[in-house]
Design a binder for this molecule. Structure first.
Ligand code: CA
Length: 224
């Protein structure tokens, strides 16, 4: 799981990242709120560990901005000391969980795993601009209009929308949408991407499902 660590105290941030890597996460460290907003717009993360006291853009503003973009990546906020912010305030900001420094590292790891689990179970509505997938109801809409998708098309779109904004390789899609044992022609992905475009893009005059040459496909986050 990719974790973005947003913390301006370098030694602490680096120790945190090393600890998370040792626990099987892949941690990326940024030092301030603006960098956090930039990184999260560039690629999706599974979790964000966010210090509240940051230079320039503080943690509250980072969470508010993420949520206003429709980014519901689980956020665990860290506060400098007990009582500096109350828990209600941290959670009201749109964060999902909260820990006061100093905290025990195993507790942080346990909370992160729990957050990721909860998020996976909750995420029935996936959105990219006005394109919405209701995973539980198996329903796809764009601009409020229903789009009929086959099961395979739906699964492919789900794989793309879960990584919206990021490039997803053909191989990842093959593994996820077809299955690991698929040994047919990898061009099947291109064929299905074409089917999807005919349903989710063309009728709406959009180009949201992009081909990134030599790399894979990307679903734009802005619904363009
Ligand atoms: Ca700080």
């Amino acid at each position: 799981m990719n974790v973005l660590v947003v913390e301006d105290e370098a030694p602490f941030a680096d120790a945190l990242a090393r600890g998370l890597d040792a626990e099987g996460f892949r941690a990326t460290v940024v030092r301030d709120g603006a960098a956090a907003l930039y990184e999260t717009a560039e690629r999706p993360f599974d979790l964000i560990v966010l210090d509240l006291m940051l230079p320039h853009v503080n943690g509250f503003k980072v969470v508010a901005e993420l949520r206003s973009r429709g980014d519901w990546t689980p956020v665990l906020v860290l506060t400098a000391k007990q009582g500096e912010f109350d828990q209600t305030e941290a959670l009201d900001s749109g964060a999902d969980d909260f820990l006061s420094k100093p905290f025990s590292f195993p507790v942080l790891v346990a909370r992160l795993r729990a957050l990721a689990r909860r998020h996976r179970n909750d995420a029935t509505l996936l959105e990219a601009g006005d394109l919405v997938l209701d995973v539980r109801a198996h329903r796809c809409t764009r601009d409020g209009l229903d789009i009929e998708l086959t099961t395979r098309e739906f699964t492919l779109l789900e794989a793309l929308i879960r990584r919206k904004g990021g490039v997803v390789s053909k191989q990842v899609l093959l593994d996820e949408v077809w299955d690991f044992a698929f040994d047919g022609d990898a061009n099947i992905v291109e064929v299905y991407v074409g089917y999807l475009r005919r349903k989710i893009d063309r009728p709406f005059g959009r180009r949201s499902l992009e081909t990134v040459r030599g790399a894979g496909y990307r679903l734009r986050t802005d619904g363009a």
